[in-house]
Design a protein around this ligand. Structure first.
Ligand code: NAP
Length: 308
C-alpha cells in the first residue's frame, strides 16, 4: 500500500546514502481507492456518479492508448465514461459543434479533447470552446488564470499529479531551488507557477528553463528539486544533478523495442540508472508521473461533479 511505501521511504532515508523512489503507482492506487469510496458514498445516498467524456480525433497510437486508459480508470473507480471517436477528416467546425454539445449536456460533468489534434484543427480554438466548468484538463485560460491566482480551479493533470506526489511523500519544497526544465502550457509552465506559490508544496524559488537556456548543466546542478519535461530521452545525466536532489522525470518517449509485446518501451528524460545514485528521491518511468497524471484527471472529474 501507499502507507507502507511511505513508511519504508522515511525509515530508509534515515541513512542519507539511500535514494528513494517516489512511487507514483502505489500513490495513485491510494488516490483511486479514495475516489472509489467517494463514489460508493454517492451511490449509497442515491446520487448520480461522476461522468467523464473523452473526445478522440483520428487514430494516433499513443492517443488511443491514453484515452483507453482514461476510460478504464473511470470504470475502476465507478465513474461513467463516454468515448467519442471522431475521424481525422472531421472539420474544425464539426469538432467545435461537438464541444458545444458536450458543454450543454447535463449528464456530462467534465470532458477532455485528447491532443494532438490533426493539423487542420486549431488547438487554441478548441481549448477556448470548452466550458471552464467542464475543463477537467485545466487547459482553459480561466482555469490557468485561477491557478495562477491560487483560486479554486482545475489544474492540469500532470503538474497536479506531481504536486500530489510531493504532498503525499511530504517532500520539503519551501525555500528550495526548483528548476523546471520545459515550458509547455500543460506541464512546464503550470509546474513552475505551482512550485512558486505560497502553499505547501510550493514556496520554492523557481527557475524555468527551455531550449534557449544557456549553461543548462550548470543550472541543473543548482537544483534541489529538478523537474524535467522536455521529451528528450535520458537527457539529464548524473553530472547534471546535485547530490541529494529530488528528481521528477515527466518525459515519456516511445522507443522501438522488439523485446516488448507492444514493440516499444517508454523512456524518460532522465538517465535513471546513473542519476538515481545521486538523488534523495526520484521518479521512474512509467510508475511515477504517468499514473499520478491519470489519478489527477479522476480527481478533477470528481471535483467537477461535486461542484455541480
Ligand atoms: P513539449 O510541448 O514538446 O515541450 C517541451 C519543452 O521542452 C519545451 O518548452 C522546449 O523548449 C523544451 N526543450 C526541448 N528540448 C530541450 C532541450 N534540449 N533543452 C532544454 N529544453 C528543451 O512537451 P510536453 O508536452 O511538455 O511534454 C514533455 C515530455 O513529457 C514528453 O516526453 C511527454 O510525452 C511527457 N509527458 C508525460 C506525461 C505523463 O503523464 N507522464 C504527461 C505530459 C507529458 P522550447 O519551448 O524552447 O521549445
Amino acid at each position: 500500500t501507499f502507507e507502507t511505501s511511505l513508511q519504508n521511504t522515511k525509515s530508509q532515508l534515515l541513512d542519507p546514502r539511500n535514494m528513494q523512489l517516489l512511487d507514483g503507482k502505489s500513490c495513485s492506487q491510494q488516490i483511486r481507492r479514495e475516489i472509489a469510496q467517494a463514489v460508493d458514498g454517492l451511490k449509497a445516498s442515491g446520487g448520480r456518479v461522476p461522468h467523464l467524456a473523452a473526445v478522440l480525433v483520428g487514430n494516433d497510437g499513443a492517443s488511443e492508448n491514453y484515452v483507453a486508459l482514461k476510460v478504464r480508470d473511470c470504470a475502476e473507480v465507478g465513474f461513467e465514461s463516454t468515448l467519442i471517436r471522431l475521424p481525422d477528416s472531421i472539420s474544425e467546425q464539426e469538432l467545435l459543434d461537438k464541444i458545444a454539445e458536450l458543454n450543454a449536456d447535463d449528464a456530462i460533468d467534465g470532458f477532455i479533447v485528447q491532443v494532438p489534434l490533426p493539423q487542420h484543427i486549431d488547438e487554441k480554438k478548441v481549448i477556448l470552446a470548452i466550458d471552464p466548468s467542464k475543463d477537467v484538463d485545466g487547459f482553459c485560460p480561466e482555469n490557468v488564470g485561477n491557478m495562477t491566482l491560487g483560486l479554486p480551479t482545475f489544474i492540469s493533470a500532470t503538474p497536479n499529479g506531481i504536486m500530489e506526489l510531493l504532498r503525499r511523500y511530504q517532500i520539503e519544497t519551501e525555500g528550495k531551488h526548483c528548476v523546471v526544465l520545459g515550458r509547455s502550457n500543460n506541464v512546464g509552465t503550470p509546474m513552475s507557477i505551482l512550485m512558486s506559490r505560497n502553499a505547501n508544496p510550493g514556496n520554492a524559488t523557481v527557475t524555468i528553463a527551455h531550449s534557449r537556456t544557456k549553461n543548462l548543466a550548470e543550472l541543473c546542478r543548482t537544483a534541489d528539486i529538478l523537474i524535467v519535461a522536455i521529451g528528450k530521452t535520458e537527457f539529464i545525466t548524473a553530472d547534471m544533478v546535485k547530490e541529494g536532489a529530488v528528481v521528477i522525470d515527466v518525459g515519456q518517449t516511445r522507443v522501438p523495442d522488439s523485446s516488448k509485446k507492444a514493440g516499444y518501451r517508454n523512456v524518460g528524460d532522465v538517465d535513471f540508472d546513473n542519476v538515481k545514485e545521486k538523488c534523495s528521491y526520484i521518479t521512474y518511468v512509467t510508475g511515477g508521473v504517468g499514473p499520478m497524471t491519470r489519478a489527477s484527471l479522476l480527481q478533477n472529474t470528481l471535483e467537477a461533479h461535486n461542484r455541480r
